[in-house]
Design a protein around this ligand. Structure first.
Ligand code: FES
Length: 263
């Protein structure tokens, strides 16, 4: 009679039967998230280093509700704490990423957990992750705001600054702001919660015009949702690079090629 052969299994942190380099992805995510989210955190409070010039305003400060403040604890970019920051912090993709890379819980699929304390997201504090849907609503409000800032960057209503005269023009900064608005919009439109919001809870997709419309929307969001990780990273990298670019122009480190001055 055949004997069951026990798998060469051992328990404990990092124990696994995997033979691939499973640690590469969490390590890369750890470094990348530290760099990009680290910069954004610094940028929010770095309002003494110019972040706007002419029609360009760093997207980190959009919408700018008030001017630079003398306190290092208050920044014109604090409004992002109301929507974009908690929206990203509770994102399903980022949760997976930082649970693995920062909490090592578990560090990867089929790899031993660092501890036995993980109780899921059914109790405090992780139950608060369920607020993601509410943050999604507030993130939707930021999309037209970002597009307003991006389109407004083609029209300088302020006085001449660094050779950017008043009126209509096109600059590398305006193009980058449009790209940034697009990436952030796609990140929001590909959200899992939005997908459920537009198509969830229906028993019949084809029964009425209303449900058929929701099905169509759900189809679109499903296509975008399949690339949610890509949108998450591209929009994160995008906003950091655009913020740095506008700051470099505003602080006269580099010159923005644009039609106001002539290329
Ligand atoms: S799941 Fe990532 S933004 Fe909603």
């Amino acid at each position: 009679m055949a004997q069951a052969v026990a798998a060469p299994h051992r328990r404990g942190f990092r124990s696994t039967l995997r033979t691939d380099r499973w640690w590469v992805e969490p390590a890369l995510v750890f470094v990348s998230m530290s760099v990009f989210f680290g910069w954004l955190t610094i940028s929010i409070f770095l309002d003494r280093w110019a972040y706007e010039i002419g029609p360009y305003l760093s997207p980190v400060f959009e919408p700018k509700l008030f001017g630079s403040n003398s306190s290092i604890f208050i920044s014109p970019a604090m409004v992002v704490l109301l929507g974009p920051v908690p929206f990203r912090a509770t994102c399903y993709y980022y949760r997976r990423a930082y649970y693995r890379s920062y909490f090592l819980s578990p560090p990867s699929c089929a790899v031993g957990d660092i501890g036995k304390t993980y109780k899921g997201e059914a109790r405090l504090p992780l139950i608060l992750q369920n607020l993601h849907r509410l943050f999604m609503y507030s993130a939707l409000l930021f999309i037209p705001i970002l597009w307003y800032g991006a389109l407004h960057s083609f029209y300088n209503t302020k006085g001449e600054a660094e050779g950017i005269s008043q009126g209509f023009g096109i600059g590398l900064g305006s193009v980058l702001l449009v790209l940034n608005a697009f990436l952030l919009m796609m990140y929001t439109f590909s959200c899992h919660s939005l997908r459920h919001f537009v198509g969830g809870g229906l028993d019949c997709f084809s029964c009425t015009k209303y449900t058929r419309t929701r099905k169509k929307l759900w189809d679109y969001v499903s296509i975008w949702n399949a690339q949610h990780r890509t949108w998450a990273w591209s929009s994160l990298i995008g906003i950091v690079l655009v913020d740095i670019y506008i700051r470099l122009v505003a602080n006269e480190v580099i010159t923005d090629p644009n039609t106001w001055k002539g290329f």
